[in-house]
Design a protein. Structure first.
Length: 335
């Protein structure tokens, strides 16, 4: 088939070559705007061939795209990851009956999928999203007197890096009722306010928490001492350049930041130490908007986000949830 894809302003600005290059190996053709951006038309492969593909950057999306394309190709499609990323797709494909194996080699993580399987329908219990849970957890850790319980959080080890990092910073996090649902580890997460200490976040943890660095940098601003985040250059090609977006916004709120192409260091001001009082640019990025709104709950003066509209894309109940927890959120100019 031939299909044309488009998206909102944020999605249309993201480069898609990282997806279109591997699917071209199967025999598909893609034509888009300059820089491989949406809108884009894909012409499917009439006779797809299996591929052997080494993912050039740690990206679960690229890996998943290749594996899903491989379902339609005869023979074995092989994906090699130098750094392991979230493995929901592999787990779910196996659950639906696909023949898929994973092994750790000197080249990295090698995933082999046998194409054209007979898949069978399944009932799936989807755990709650740890990336979304990060925001109420952050507020609980930053606002005095907080004690928040978030049930049924997915704790897949390829996704739970933020919680390990927060515990190393001294966060009062406990996991209750640990269990397995739909092949995924799940627990009820309790977060309580307490003092946090800046740390060096190991670079190898980045793939398991890549989406959580914006909110981590906001939390780090309220910790004692400096928090160093390395191995995070992938953040520069997300919905926005998230390193630059967080650095500029935190600076506007009175926090000292150092950054390189691949790292960010936040000099924490301790509990209640962030001046705030600034307007921060969300840059059409939902996680940037939510991170600054969460920091606003802990800053001395309120923090304004210029456009919180993108939050509705990924977390439509964010405002209602945070208001129920006691947050005071107001809209200006009818925005």
């Amino acid at each position: 088939i031939t299909a044309t894809f488009t998206g909102d302003a944020s999605l249309n600005s993201r480069p898609m070559a990282r997806i279109t290059e591997p699917i071209a190996l199967f025999g598909a053709q893609a034509v888009g705007r300059s820089g491989g951006r949406l809108p884009m038309t894909i012409v499917g492969a009439a006779d797809p061939v299996p591929v052997n593909y080494t993912v050039p950057m740690p990206s679960a999306q690229v890996k998943s795209a290749v594996l899903l394309a491989g379902l339609n190709a005869p023979g074995q499609t092989v994906v090699i990851e130098k750094e392991a990323t979230r493995d929901h797709t592999e787990r779910m494909l196996a659950g639906f009956g696909a023949e898929i194996t994973t092994e750790q080699t000197s080249e990295g993580r090698v995933i082999t999928l046998t194409g054209q399987p007979e898949l069978t329908p399944q009932d799936i219990a989807v755990p709650r999203d740890p990336s979304s849970a990060a925001f109420p957890v952050a507020v609980a850790l930053m606002v005095p007197g907080s004690d928040v319980l978030i049930p049924n959080i997915g704790l897949n080890p390829t996704r739970a890096g933020l919680f390990a990092t927060l515990q190393e910073m001294g966060a009062d996090l406990t996991f209750q009722n640990e269990r397995t649902e739909g092949g995924e580890p799940v627990a009820d997460l309790r977060a309580r306010y307490g003092p946090l200490q800046g740390i060096e976040v190991p670079a190898h943890r980045a793939p398991s928490m890549i989406d959580e660095y914006p909110i981590l940098s906001a939390i780090a601003a309220t910790a004692n001492g400096r928090t160093v985040m390395t191995g995070i250059k992938e953040l520069r090609v997300k919905e926005s350049d998230r390193i630059d977006a967080m650095a500029r916004g935190l600076e506007a709120c009175g926090v000292t930041i150092e950054e390189t192409e691949d790292s960010m260091t936040v000099h924490g001001l301790g509990q209640g130490g962030v001046p705030g009082g600034a307007t921060c640019e969300s840059r059409l990025d939902h996680r940037i908007a939510m991170s600054f709104l969460c920091l606003g709950f802990a800053a001395k003066k309120p923090i304004t986000v210029d456009d919180a509209g993108p939050v509705a894309t990924s977390f439509p109940i964010f405002e209602a949830l945070m208001t129920a927890l006691g947050a005071k959120l107001t809209h200006e100019h009818g925005g």
